[in-house]
Each structure stands twice: as structure tokens, then as C-alpha cells.
Design a protein around this ligand. Structure first.
Ligand code: 6LW
Length: 499
């Protein structure tokens, strides 16, 4: 059956997957955003539902210190003996393990693995033993280390060994061990997570090696791919469908132009075939956008997200920055009510309730009012890549009274793109996004829309920001220069596919 890649669109990097009977669970990195480590569920590998988040207690992690693209990196999800385990890196703090009986949560408090460094930890279970792999830098060289671990305490209980140094592609990361047939397989990422990215594999008859490198490595890469449909393929995790089919989920990027993407690294699904005991991914190791494979169900169109205003709990799709003061985020009387922070989008903890974009082409609709505001207060929509790369379209008090301002920040560039005077009362902001630009329009009578202006997506692309591991997110934002009584009352927020 034909399906479209990516299977998780927008900012969904570093995927890891496991299967329990007919249920697949997939997790991705969440970086400086909270809740952390979103969990997706599927029964067919192409239709996914966001069922929860692993990290829902910000005080258990040093979020307040998380840099842009810091925070939670590269989770691995595995199932063993009635528990789901997730292990990941908290940048600058170390690696941790959490577990849950229900992957939709509640997840346990983190157990920190203090005796081993590196990033991109992974777990492998066999015969009641747990083994812990991570990338490490020993004797000046990157390698993959493995050691036995007490899964409850996070204590290392066995000798640490270097099990593979990769094919020399550099930045050997994202290790995963599998027992398939008579072999142990070790899958890794090399080349760094951008344009030289690749997945390489080795195998051994013994868990501890020595591991023999696959003669066809890399088994997955889109580097030097003239079609340029997909780039940066790598950081893969293998899964079988229980019916003989094998797959790789992995990160990749789609280019909004000949280069650049503002959606960031997304999650792709690529078929895997086995030959002579070695796997090979996709079309001669390349991933494509329109793929075919033994998929059991029709892939549903991209759904989008519409906040259910009757809810008093935040849907799992919502993300906030670092350790948000949730008293500034209220759901009541059929509305969302946001209280401004003194932080603007330049800051670490602005009042910003966001969701991941659903695709390049989408329309964001927000209806809100901004009451009790004074000069210096602002409220509206924001598209955020990082604290120095963002776009805001906000209403506030200007020289000529209430106005709407469209502003871009790209590092040192701060540019007011457009402004318009508007009356008091409700405003409907509509942002239409495509590969090239974000176009903002507004209506104050919920009927006629005026275009305010457009901003190129180029200015919030991960390529412009450089070493940006996240991707743009779109959300509701409000700020005030000092603690004010201003309130942003939101009546509607949705991001839907463009018609
Ligand atoms: C991830 C690692 C990486 O942990 O980037 O460049 C980190 N390599 O695989 C964040 O995605």
C-alpha cells in the first residue's frame, strides 16, 4: 500500500519505536519544550495518535537551565516484562531512565545513570538482564559502549566495553541493539544529524562482539541524493510488524526550498529488506516521500489540531517553554486565559502555549481579546524557532491607540514588517503558511479579513539558525513590560491543513 512520508510531520526528531502485540509506540526528542518526550500510538505504522507525554513534572528536570535545542535529547523506548522503559539525555545534566505500565502515562520519576557519560542512551533486555548502550568518547575517539545495568537503580553492574567504533563517519550516536535470528545487530547513526547523516549497522554472534560491519553500509542515507526529496536521513530504529515485514523509523528533513527547512527534523518510515542476514533500507538506502510497503491500513489525511475550548485540561499536543508557571495558563468557562509574563519571546519563559506545525501548508486561526492592557503589553500569535529566531503578530497599545504589529526577529535583525490600527474588542488572527512564507490576516468583525503582511519562512529555518535541533512551533503568546493585570482571553485556536 502507498503511504506518504513523513509519518510525523513537523518537529519530530530522533524517533524510537517499540511494538507490543499489535500496538506500536513511538517517542521523539522534545528539547527545551515541556511536557517532554511525546508518546505516539499506532496500529498500522502510518496513522499516529499523540496519547501523552513522558515528562509531565517539570520540577524533576533542570528545565530552567535548558538552552535553545538543549533539554531532552534522543529517547529510546523499549518494553520488557510488563513495563515500558524510556531512556534519554537531558543536555548538560546526564542520562536518565523512566518507566510506565501505561505508555500514555503516568511515568516514573527519573533514575539518573551517573556512572556512564555520552548521549543517545539505549536499552536492550535479554534473559532477565538489562544492557545499556550509549555513545562515548574514550581515548579521544567516539565509540559505542555497552554495560549491564540494574534497571531499577540505574547502577552499572558489569564491565563497560567498547562494542563498535562505526565506519569512521564521525559522531557515532543513536545506538540500538537487536536480537534477530542468530545474530545480535548494533544499529548506529554516523555523520552528524544534518546533511552527512547515515545509519550504519554491524552484527555479532555474541552480544559483546566483536561486531562485524555490514559490507553495504550505510544502510540508510540521503546524502548525495540528487532527488533531494528527503535529506539528513539517519538516527533510525528498526521494528518488525510481526508478519515478516521490517521497517525503520528515522529522522529526516524535507526542504522548503532547494535547501532549508523551518519544520526541522521529522519522523519518516522506510521499508527494510533483508539479504544475506543484512538489512537494507528504502530505495538503495534512500528514503522517499511517496513510499510503498506492506501497510495494513489506509493512511488518513493530516488532521491538524483544534483546541477543545470546553476542556479544562491541556491536550497532550500543547507545549510550553522550559518550566512554565502554569498559573499563567488557565482553561475555564470555555476559554483559554493567558496572563502575560515579563519575558518576551527573547526570554526563557514567555507566556507561550504552542503546538508543533502539522505540515508546511497549514492555516492557524486564533480568536482572542486582550483586556486591561497598557503600552508595552502585547498578545497574539508567535512562530518560534529559537529565542533569537521568531515571528510575532500581536496587538498592543501604540501611539495611535490599539494596533496590530507583525514583527520578525532573526538574530540581530529586528524588523517591524507591518502594523495596522484596530478597534478594541475581539480579533481573529489568521496565519496562512506554505513552504515560502507566513501570511498574516486579521478580522475585527469575524467576516472581512485584511492582509497585514508576510514573512519568509527562511528567517526561521534551522539552517539559518545553525545547529538547531528543534523546528518551528506555532502558538499563543502574551507579554507585559511589568506585572500587569492584562489578560489574553482566547475563544478559538486551531491549526488545520490548508484547503
Ligand atoms: C541527538 C543526537 C544528535 O541526541 O543530536 O547530532 C541530538 N546528533 O543524535 C539531538 O537531536
Amino acid at each position: 500500500m502507498i503511504y506518504c512520508n513523513p509519518i510525523l510531520r513537523g518537529f519530530h526528531p530522533d524517533p524510537s519505536i517499540c511494538r507490543v502485540d499489535k500496538d506500536y509506540y513511538l517517542v521523539v526528542s522534545s528539547f527545551e519544550y515541556f511536557p517532554g518526550i511525546p508518546v505516539y500510538h499506532s496500529r498500522d505504522l502510518v496513522n499516529w495518535t499523540h496519547i501523552g507525554n513522558c515528562i509531565r513534572r517539570a520540577d524533576e528536570f533542570p528545565y530552567e537551565n535548558a538552552k535553545d535545542s538543549g533539554g531532552v535529547w534522543a529517547p529510546t523506548i523499549r518494553y520488557n516484562d510488563g513495563y515500558f522503559y524510556v531512556t534519554a539525555t537531558f543536555d548538560g545534566c546526564g542520562n536518565f531512565i523512566i518507566r510506565a505500565k501505561d505508555p500514555a502515562g503516568e511515568w516514573s520519576r527519573p533514575v539518573w545513570v551517573r556512572e556512564v557519560g555520552g548521549i543517545d542512551p539505549s536499552l536492550y533486555f535479554e534473559n532477565g538482564h538489562a544492557y545499556y548502550c550509549t555513545n562515548e568518547r574514550l581515548d579521544g575517539k567516539d565509540m559505542i559502549s555497552m554495560q549491564e545495568i540494574d534497571i531499577e537503580s540505574g547502577k552499572i553492574t558489569g564491565e563497560r566495553r567498547c562494542v563498535w567504533r562505526g565506519i569512521g563517519g564521525g559522531y557515532i550516536e543513536a545506538p540500538h541493539i537487536y536480537r534477530i535470528g542468530d545474530w545480535y545487530y548494533l544499529l548506529v547513526a554516523e555523520g552528524g544529524t544534518f546533511y552527512n547523516h547515515m545509519a550504519n549497522i554491524a552484527r555479532s554472534g555474541d552480544l559483546w562482539g566483536p561486531y562485524e560491519s555490514c559490507p553495504n553500509n550505510p544502510i540508510l542515507t540521503n546524502m548525495c541524493d540528487p532527488t533531494r526529496q528527503v535529506q539528513c536521513s539517519g538516527h533510525a530504529d528498526l521494528i518488525d510488524d510481526g508478519e515478516g515485514g521490517w521497517w525503520a523509523v528515522h529522522l529526516g528533513t524535507r526542504l522548503a526550498r532547494r535547501t532549508m527547512t523551518h519544520l526541522g527534523r521529522e519522523t519518516f518510515l522506510t521499508p527494510v529488506v533483508w539479504k544475506d542476514g543484512w538489512p537494507m533500507c528504502g530505495h538503495d538506502r534512500k528514503t522517499v516521500l511517496l513510499e510503498e510497503g506492506p501497510i495494513s491500513a489506509r493512511q488518513e489525511p493530516v488532521k491538524g489540531f483544534a483546541a477543545d475550548m470546553e476542556k479544562t485540561e491541556w491536550e497532550p499536543e500543547w507545549i510550553f517553554l522550559r518550566n512554565p508557571d502554569m498559573q499563567k495558563y488557565r482553561r475555564m468557562d470555555g476559554n483559554i486565559i493567558l496572563s502575560p509574563s515579563v519575558d518576551t519571546m527573547d526570554g526563557k519563559r514567555p507566556t507561550f502555549a504552542a503546538v508543533r506545525p502539522i505540515d508546511f501548508d497549514c492555516v492557524t486561526d486564533a480568536v482572542f481579546d486582550f483586556s486591561n492592557c497598557r503600552p508595552g503589553d502585547e498578545a497574539g500569535l508567535a512562530v518560534r524557532l529559537e529565542s533569537s529566531y521568531y515571528i510575532t503578530c500581536v496587538c498592543g497599545i501604540g501611539d495611535s491607540g490599539r494596533e496590530l504589529r507583525l514583527t520578525l526577529r532573526a538574530e540581530d535583525i529586528r524588523h517591524e514588517v507591518a502594523a495596522a490600527t484596530i478597534p478594541d474588542g475581539r480579533i481573529n488572527l489568521r496565519m496562512s503558511a506554505d513552504k515560502e512564507k507566513y501570511t498574516f490576516a486579521y478580522s475585527v468583525d469575524n467576516n472581512r479579513f485584511e492582509v497585514l503582511g508576510s514573512v519568509s519562512t527562511r528567517f526561521v529555518s534551522i539552517d539559518i539558525a545553525g545547529r538547531c535541533f528543534t523546528g518551528t512551533v506555532i502558538g499563543l503568546y502574551t507579554s507585559s513590560e511589568e506585572q500587569s493585570g492584562a489578560e489574553m482571553t482566547v475563544y478559538k485556536f486551531e491549526i488545520l491543513p490548508s484547503a
